[in-house]
Design a protein around this ligand. Sequence first.
Ligand code: PNS
Length: 164
Amino acid sequence: MRTLAVYPGSFDPPTNGHLDIIERSSRVFSRVIVAVAVNLRKNAFFTPAERVRMLKRLTSTMANVEVTSFRGLLVDFARVQEAHILVRGIRAISDFEYEYQMAHMNRKLDQEIDTVIMMTGERHSAISSNIVKEIAQFGGKIDDLVPPLVRDILISKLKGAKRR
Ligand code: PNS
């Protein structure tokens, strides 16, 4: 059976935790679409185009992984892609409630769509995009938290923002 999964998120920026989920889901599913949400609610640091660009470079060696962005409801995006599986990562039990609510809500919106939850690898369980940005903003070391590409782009964008 060929399976297509969508891995949605804000990815602002992508972290080692996100990459862990992408790598592992690319081994479980025959195709994975990493979908960057153009989320109107959140005040993003990186533009959707920047996030897509970073993710494309980070997944360039994974033949069955594509990266794109989407607006609006996730279930509508998944339907257009003809995907019936959503992948989400859970780092700790504190993530569970939010994921539980989203999974149920998405299934209420479209009964054809199921959410598959993966446990983020232990090594990455304390990483979040917000924490990474905060540490980097105050000059802390983020080498173990994000890939070198993201570290360099984040640091250079923060420097640019400070100058302005
Ligand atoms: O990385 P995040 O911020 O936890 O990802 C959340 C995301 C983007 C998956 C969620 O906010 C989403 O699906 N947004 C699209 C709008 C939508 O469908 N909302 C209803 C979800 S129940």
